[in-house]
Design a protein around this ligand. Structure first.
Ligand SMILES: [Zn+2]
Ligand SMILES: [Zn+2]
Length: 360
């Protein structure tokens, strides 16, 4: 099969022929029909994850089952499927309780094993992790669900318990941020979107953000010293909402964006950290004095288990959520290999989806 191969950390990526994968016991091989290009892939490329070389990235995928391993009972060749980016082991107490997203023995395609920037991908514990994709949901829309869309959905529902009429500030209008805007609107919340890229904010507005704020950039100082009513993003949010938003999401993952999110909250507000904050420059500074004084909830969110997909899929089938609207462009493997190294600096106004079988 053809695959995007990474031979060294931070090096160029090459599209080349590699052996077809075979299904493990309990697993399947999926013919990849669509796979998303995500900032997490860039983190792996940059060496922020522990990966074995050579490596194939890619963790947001949808396709059809091409081969079934021994012991799989729920799936057959030809089934339309997607998976969460965290594949639970299917045997531990967390998987048994429907919380495979925190399984201690989890696998992640594109991180712990070869991923979906390829014509085929092997997946583990199929009966725990595979999700059936309804015929009405196209593959490119389904591919967005496994990481950013599902993560945004779970962050706002199961973690922040966002209610209709509440204000939510979404910091970062990339894939997970735009997903958050769409989902928050579908839940009846009022949305403020923040980004450094005016084009991304136009997309946020089109999805229903009531206010958009251009941030001065995601790098810089002062993250921990910004005050309510002062300058910058938190001050503007406090003005707009009359005291701060009820919920805020850092969909980027930097010291500055995490602080902007936390300091934008009203008293007793809930912050959800979705953007990854690997301690590559030391542990990030977080404004804990505000969290204590205002009794803020600081919540982590790590994807969403297959067990929680039916509620989200029902909203997609009914048209209340439209992940296909978030897709900016569809590219082939060669273009993906060229794009990935610069993806931390890219400011796409929507999701970039790869079709591994596309003729280039
Ligand atoms: Zn992702
Ligand atoms: Zn498990």
């Amino acid at each position: 099969m053809r695959a995007v191969v990474m031979d060294r950390i931070g090096g160029p990526l090459e599209v080349r022929e590699v052996p077809d994968p075979a299904p493990a016991a309990g697993g399947v091989v999926v013919r990849v029909r669509a796979t998303g290009l995500c900032r997490s892939d860039w983190h792996a490329w940059a060496g922020h994850d522990d990966i074995a070389l050579p490596h194939v990235p890619g963790h947001e995928l949808a396709g059809t089952v091409a081969a079934v391993g021994a012991g799989v009972t729920g799936w057959a060749e030809g089934d339309r499927v997607t998976v969460p980016f965290v594949e639970g082991c299917g045997r531990c107490e967390w998987c048994a309780s429907g919380n495979a997203q925190v399984c201690p023995d989890q696998e992640q395609p594109g991180f712990t094993h070869w991923g979906s920037f390829a014509e085929y991908v092997a997946l583990h514990a199929a009966d725990t992790n595979l999700v059936a994709v309804p015929a009405a949901v196209p593959f490119d829309a389904a591919a967005s669900l496994g990481c950013r869309f599902a993560t945004a959905y779970r962050a706002l529902t199961a973690r922040a318990r966002l209610a209709a009429g509440e204000w939510v500030t979404v910091v970062g209008a990339g894939g997970v941020g735009l997903s958050s805007v769409m989902i928050a609107r579908a839940l009846g919340a009022r949305v403020i979107a923040v980004d450094r890229n005016p084009g991304a904010l136009d997309a946020a507005k089109a999805l229903g953000a009531e206010y958009v704020l251009v941030s001065g950039g995601f790098e810089g100082s002062g993250g921990c010293s910004g005050a309510a009513g002062g300058s910058g993003v938190p001050g503007r949010v406090h003005e707009i909402t009359g005291g701060g938003s009820h919920v805020a999401v850092d969909a980027v993952g930097s010291e500055q964006t995490a602080a902007d999110s936390i300091l934008s909250l009203r008293r007793r507000g809930r912050h959800v950290q979705v953007g990854l904050l690997p301690p590559v420059d030391g542990h990030p500074r977080i404004p804990m004095a505000r969290a204590i004084a205002w009794e803020l909830d600081l919540l982590g969110s790590h994807g969403m288990a297959a067990a929680d997909y039916p509620g989200m899929l029902a909203l997609i089938e009914s048209g209340d959520l439209r992940p296909a609207d978030l897709i900016e462009r569809v590219i082939g493997l060669d273009e993906a290999a060229a794009l990935l190294p610069g993806f931390d600096q890219a400011s796409p106004a929507g999701l970039t989806i790869i079709d591994p079988h596309r003729k280039e």
